[in-house]
Design a protein around this ligand. Structure first.
Ligand code: PSU
Ligand code: MN
Length: 304
């Protein structure tokens, strides 16, 4: 198929796919646009290590030299994390950056689609995009949500950041037929905080139970994602009320500077990290690592 000509699958990933070993896809926007250098590259490498320790093979995804790359080497990770001009690539951007050979870091939406092309079913990230606050006038709804409604790759995240409208995001996922399951608690988590004020639509308490739900969904022929929300480890959480103040400030700054569209999420993340003197960055790193361990365990169970 022509599609394969655009895929560049790392030999280790190809071998794992052929042997039906558990694999975990990882995104690269979080590296290029979600965290500062050098913590971004260090975290990317550590996350891959955690996936391995938990029995799965990591496949970080990005667009390089006109190819959809599945599995990156250290040099490629370093380049994504430490050079300006790397595109933030969501679904709509894929044909442009591929045909122009632009280096691109993939969002949840683009990473899911490429993972599906390669045959990977489990994907780990920090936070997904969603329905932005004020979306009733801006119509800013991340392509991550429409992608989750159609592409059969499960997404492990720490819930939804309250830079977004958490309630509307949950509504949108319901409309799209996307099950939202929180690991080990009744409340849906809000990324930095274990609590969000919203009940989780579903709860499961083990990786095996989550893997069996994924099997049931896809074996029935129900296409689309499952959002698995993994609350941040308690020792690293920032209380919701405290984070809310910082997030409101960041939203006001974005409004004042007229930041919109694809620049909004990276701007908010950067402003929040700056305004919390790195506390939010440490939490962000901790939750991604925790998600990597859970995602790998789910992948092992799914393949077992
Ligand atoms: N939320 C985070 N960290 C991130 C992102 C979101 O806490 O790095 C990134 C992800 O790559 C996500 C993307 O897919 O931002 C969503 O961007 P947008 O809202 O423009 O769709
Ligand atoms: Mn948007």
């Amino acid at each position: 198929m022509k599609q394969n000509e655009y895929l560049n699958i790392h030999p280790e990933v190809a071998e794992a796919l052929a042997a039906r070993k558990p694999l975990v896809a990882l995104e690269s926007t979080i590296i290029a646009h979600g965290m500062p250098y050098p913590q971004n590259v260090e975290t990317a490498l550590e996350v891959e290590e955690i996936v391995r320790k938990n029995g799965a093979i990591p496949a970080t995804i990005a667009v390089l030299d006109g190819k959809l790359c599945v599995g990156l080497n250290r040099e490629q990770l370093e380049m994504l994390g430490n050079s300006g001009g790397v595109w933030k690539v969501s679904l709509r951007d894929l044909p442009y950056v591929v045909s122009k050979h632009i280096a691109g870091a993939t969002t949840v939406a683009a990473t899911m689609r490429i993972a599906a092309m390669a045959g990977i079913r489990i994907f780990v990230t920090g936070g997904i995009g969603g329905v932005h606050r004020g979306a009733e006038t801006s119509m800013d709804v991340s392509a991550d949500l429409t992608e989750m409604a159609q592409t059969s790759v499960a997404v492990v995240s720490a819930g939804v950041k309250s830079i977004l409208d958490i309630g509307l995001t949950l509504e949108y996922l319901e409309t799209g037929g996307v099950p939202v399951v929180t690991f080990g608690q009744d409340e849906f988590p809000a990324f930095y905080s274990r609590n969000s004020g919203f009940a989780s639509p579903l709860r499961l308490d083990s990786a095996a139970a989550i893997a069996s739900m994924l099997k049931a969904k896809w074996e029935m022929g129900l296409s689309g994602s499952v959002l698995i929300a993994n609350p941040i480890p308690a020792s690293m959480e920032i209380p919701y009320a405290q984070m809310e103040v910082t997030i409101k400030e960041a939203l006001e700054q974005a409004e004042k500077l007229n930041i919109r569209g694809k620049n909004l999420t990276p701007f908010l993340l950067k402003t929040i990290a700056g305004n919390t003197e790195g506390e939010s960055l440490a939490s962000n790193i901790a939750l991604v690592k925790s998600n990597a361990a859970l995602g790998a365990t789910i992948a092992v169970s799914y393949h077992g």
